[in-house]
Design a protein around this ligand. Sequence first.
Ligand SMILES: O=C(O)CCC(=O)C1=CC=C[C@@H](O)[C@@H]1C(=O)O
Ligand SMILES: [Mg+2]
Length: 371
Amino acid sequence: MSINVKTIHLHKLKMRLNHPFTTSFGTVQDKEFFIIEAVDDKANHGYGESVAFSTPWYTEETVMTTEHIMEDFLIPILQQNSWNHPKEIHQLFSSIKQNNMAKAAIEGAIWDLYAKRENISLSQAIGGTKSEIDVGISLGIQPTTEELLKKINHYVQAGYKRVKLKIKPGQDIDLIREVRSHYPNLPIMADANSAYTLKDIDLLKQLDAFDLMMIEQPLGSDDIVDHAKLQKAINTPICLDESITSYDDARWAIELGSCKVINIKTGRVGGLTEAKRIHDLCVENNVDIWCGGMLEAGVGRAHNIALSSLAGFNLPGDTAGSSHYWKEDIIKPEVIVDNGVIHVPDGPGIGYDINHEKLEQFMMASKEFHF
Ligand SMILES: O=C(O)CCC(=O)C1=CC=C[C@@H](O)[C@@H]1C(=O)O
Ligand SMILES: [Mg+2]
């Protein structure tokens, strides 16, 4: 059955995070992004969310490049070509290089629309089987170690299954040692967001003493060669984030031995279809996987929950509850974490309703494109 899209809306929103999020390369507090709303001939509404930040510090994309690519290239491709299933969209968009977050935002709205037309959940539509997913918490760099320990305590009490700490040169070994001394058995991981080079190998070797679950993206954001050298030299498993932007990136990294874990984010890899291919590849090769986060609002979070319901996601993801990020989210009900677990919704599509009042409240602009 073909999907007869009538309109795509690009709603631009701005929402303020409860707490500024600081990494090795900057701080985010006000998040601008797009909610993509695709409407079909039967008045079904599918939703996607763009995850690029306002500055290109995580990948090359920004809120403005996302808008340009969606409006001037991706939506016209959908208007000018015939297609029947969301699985075809990643291939259809392949004439446009990179710009994966723009592609994922549009493809995500079409996946949700498809699932709603079929009256199945998004999880079911992509082949998910889990009814519950385990979640961890990602804590940005804090002003003091006392504040970090206070936050860790809060999330450990709430049942989160692991804690991810952001590290950077000067705030690494001592910080991890301190946290580990307070929590001898807590599953802890560290994310460096590319803050180190191979010259730091002796320092990175010291991490082996703290029994970390993994170290995420210690080296260059597009590197897999130096990561392979580092993985041979340290026991701590390396998890790649920024370096994996496609199925082929994952295949090459696995072949080279650049990592033992992959963090899959739909935005970074261009959508759910590619994310699922990477999932399948990791399962075949016994590579551990978990679902990363991009400080999403409710729509993006719901997509992450559906993705995490695929059987191969064997480690807790960065999909914390709505209230960790926002005073009020744009979905109803909000995402609730119950003792470290999220129950995967089984209603049609993303399984959460849009809170239209909140959507309007946070909307800065809106454009529509007719088919
Ligand atoms: O809670 C989340 O959504 C995860 C937050 C998080 O760790 C990240 C979000 C965006 C960019 C990065 O700094 C980082 C990551 O690298 O995984
Ligand atoms: Mg990361």
